[in-house]
Design a protein around this ligand. Structure first.
Ligand code: GLN
Length: 312
């Protein structure tokens, strides 16, 4: 059997992990000690179809922090709560071509897009809530619905992110000064942002979160409509243009799938209408994307015909 008739199954997952494991490039993120201690050899993949079939290989159940992969899902919540017009007043739709932590504000003072840090912090600040705790509770609830189970917080990673996140606080301050932050208290934006980055996921969680987007916002196993179909489409659009930081152009050229990476070593990629893929391998390339994860997804896309501009 294969995923919806695609040549994608457990044997292929095993083979891809074997081949991509030979990619030895990259370095584990070391901006906080908790990430520097990650096992560079950990490597897993999961794939989940819109019909609820799940395949995987390697360290598919290992838990790691979601980091920037939280950003599109929080963006989806902001779109659902406020609508695209209001969200667009605060954060743009353009690939920045710059690193994830760039000081990148357009002529209207908006961050270029919601998938770089500046834009993600603004997006988090837009979620209606009385304060940081309630805002994080809402984010965690939404990300958990996308995954189909309650996601836990890695307290140590959160504390480290908060202690060392001066650049992210500065980005929040700049967006507050530019009039696009959703709160006038920087910590009410950055504290929930640090916590959303420290939520723990497995590749299976990522695959199911991706499948929920692939499936018009409906989780394939819980059957919950987490967001509307149009919100899922809007979110995938941003992932296609901006999901891989300043390698987003090369990514869509080679792999051709909406995706999002995180410095914890995870990547989620989506074949709309069909399935989601989650990959985990901590060593990162210079742009902050998992080296083996990128290599594996390039092979998977080529082998199984997943490029969005393939004509069949
Ligand atoms: N917590 C990280 C940060 O804000 C997340 C960035 C990432 O995954 N690229 O710097």
């Amino acid at each position: 059997t294969a995923l919806l008739g695609r040549p994608v199954d457990e044997a292929l997952a095993d083979a891809l992990v074997d081949v991509a494991a030979r990619v030895a490039d990259g370095a584990v993120a070391d901006y906080i000690p908790e990430l520097a201690g990650a096992d560079p050899g950990a490597f897993g993949i999961s794939m989940a179809s819109v019909l609820g079939r799940v395949y995987g290989a390697g360290d598919r159940d290992a838990l790691f922090t979601i980091q920037s992969i939280s950003k599109p899902f929080v963006y989806a919540l902001a779109l659902a709560e406020l609508g695209p017009e209001e969200v667009l007043r605060h954060v743009g739709l353009e690939p920045s071509g710059e690193p994830f932590n760039a000081i990148s504000l357009d002529e209207d003072g908006r961050p270029a897009n919601p998938l770089i840090n500046a834009g993600a912090i603004v997006t988090t600040s837009l979620i209606p809530a009385a304060g940081a705790d309630e805002r994080f509770a809402r984010l965690r609830d939404t990300l958990s619905r996308f995954a189909g189970r309650e996601l836990d917080l890695d307290e140590a990673v959160y504390r480290s992110e908060a202690q060392t996140g001066h650049r992210n606080r500065a980005l929040a301050g700049l967006t507050l000064a530019a009039g696009v932050l959703g709160t006038d208290d920087v910590d009410d934006a950055t504290d929930p942002y640090f916590r959303q980055c420290a939520l723990l996921v497995s590749t299976t969680d990522l695959a199911l979160m991706g499948t929920t987007l692939a499936n018009g916002g409906v989780h394939p196993l819980t059957r919950e409509q987490v967001v509307d179909e149009i919100v899922a489409r809007d979110t995938l659009s941003l992932m296609a243009t901006c999901g891989m930081y300043d390698r987003s152009g090369a990514w869509i050229f080679r792999v051709g799938m909406p995706a999002k990476s995180g410095v914890g070593g995870g990547i989620v990629a989506v074949k709309p209408g069909e399935f989601g893929v989650g990959v985990f391998s901590p060593p990162l390339d210079p742009a902050g994307n998992s080296s083996r994860g990128v290599a594996l997804l390039e092979m998977l896309s080529a082998r199984s015909g997943l490029h969005m501009f393939d004509h069949t």
